[in-house]
Design a protein around this ligand. Structure first.
Ligand code: ACM
Ligand code: ZN
Length: 343
């Protein structure tokens, strides 16, 4: 009686889940995947490591979970949780059955405090610390001057790769202060050997090495828009534009594939109403449903040729102020419906 002609606009239709700030049990992740598949959303970017918690079992480095997956909260209670490799496989298979691909994220060189608490030699100064107990950007990051840091990161990648059959592997790359690198003998030696003038080039050095390692394993690197800083980013790297759309526009001009996930439209940890008095506490911002629906991800400043590099759209749910699964659902619904329309 009718014929329906319908197709998605973008191949990558994603959401990001953050079980690091507040842990999401496997049952909750599966429930989210079921809901996402109803919206034809086909990627879950799983942010598995951060300052406040390391959430994936790595057999070669057991302290990542015995130490890195727990933190002491302000009231003295312990917040903990991680996924065993068996559970990761179960989630990936469940997602596949729902036509959803999981994109794992191993964050570097910043947001690594939970790992540094477990293995202090990963930082420049090697000081013993704890997983971070407050929100915000941490100054202590991985040391790109030491070879042991690369061995660690590559070992972790080697254990993660077989768990995630998709092509994309997210390495974070955002919010990594460079002050510690300026004070570190190993970092300064690396800069001298490489002929670098500024610490930002150490960030590109790390991204380039990790990108090569991932390529050897058949994976493609994806990172937040800061991976453009320092220059020389290999064009195979995919860029996720989160600080507005500027990073994505620049990346498309440089012929990188781009996922648009601007905090100006698609950060679902932001308030949905101006009546914040009567809302659960949120991180700030104001992104009502209308604004999400109204988002046009294709920047008009790009030529039609450059626009081809915009391959996807994603919304992110950071969970600093989202302690429970029910609150997470409150934040994403109905904005996920609007997101799906945009995608
Ligand atoms: C980010 O929101 N720091 C990617
Ligand atoms: Zn260093």
């Amino acid at each position: 009686a009718v014929s329906i002609n319908d197709a998605p606009r973008f191949t990558y239709r994603g959401v990001m889940l953050d079980p690091c700030r507040h842990f999401l049990p496997v049952s909750a992740v599966k429930e989210e995947i079921e809901r996402l598949s109803a919206y034809k959303i086909n990627r879950v970017h799983w942010h598995l490591t951060d300052d406040q918690g390391w959430r994936i079992e790595i057999k070669k480095y057991p302290k990542l979970t015995t130490i890195g997956s727990q933190r002491v909260e302000g009231d003295g209670s312990i917040h903990r949780g991680f996924y065993t490799q068996e559970e990761v496989r179960e989630v990936v298979a469940f997602a596949k059955a729902h036509h959803v691909e999981i994109v794992p994220e191993l964050e570097m060189p910043g947001h690594g405090m939970a790992a540094i608490a477990a293995y202090p030699w990963l930082s420049c100064q090697g000081e013993q610390m704890t997983p971070r107990i407050i929100w915000g950007v941490e100054d202590v990051v991985f040391c790109p001057g030491k070879e042991t840091t690369f061995r660690f990161l590559e070992d972790v990648i080697d254990e993660m790769v077989p768990l995630f059959p998709g092509k994309l592997f997210h390495i974070g790359g955002d919010e990594s202060p460079r002050g510690e690198w300026a004070k570190c003998d190993s970092c300064q030696t690396r800069m001298k050997t490489q002929g670098y003038k500024k610490e930002a080039q150490l960030q590109s050095y790390l991204i380039a090495r990790i990108s090569k390692h991932l390529a050897k394993k058949g994976k493609q690197l994806i990172g937040w828009d800061e991976i453009l800083e320092g220059g020389d980013l290999d064009t195979t790297a995919v860029v996720m534009s989160w600080r507005g759309e500027g990073g994505g526009i620049e990346a498309a001009k440089q012929k990188h594939d781009v996922i648009m996930t601007p905090n100006t439209y698609l950060y679902f940890d932001y308030y949905q109403t101006k009546d914040t008095e009567n809302e659960p506490l949120a991180i700030g911002g104001y992104l009502p449903l209308e604004r999400v629906y109204g988002y046009e991800p294709m920047p008009s400043s790009l030529t039609p040729e450059e626009q081809k590099y915009i391959i996807g759209v994603q919304a992110n749910l950071w969970t600093e102020y989202i302690p429970t699964f029910s609150q997470a659902q409150y934040m994403v619904l109905p904005r996920w419906a609007a997101l799906a329309e945009v995608q």
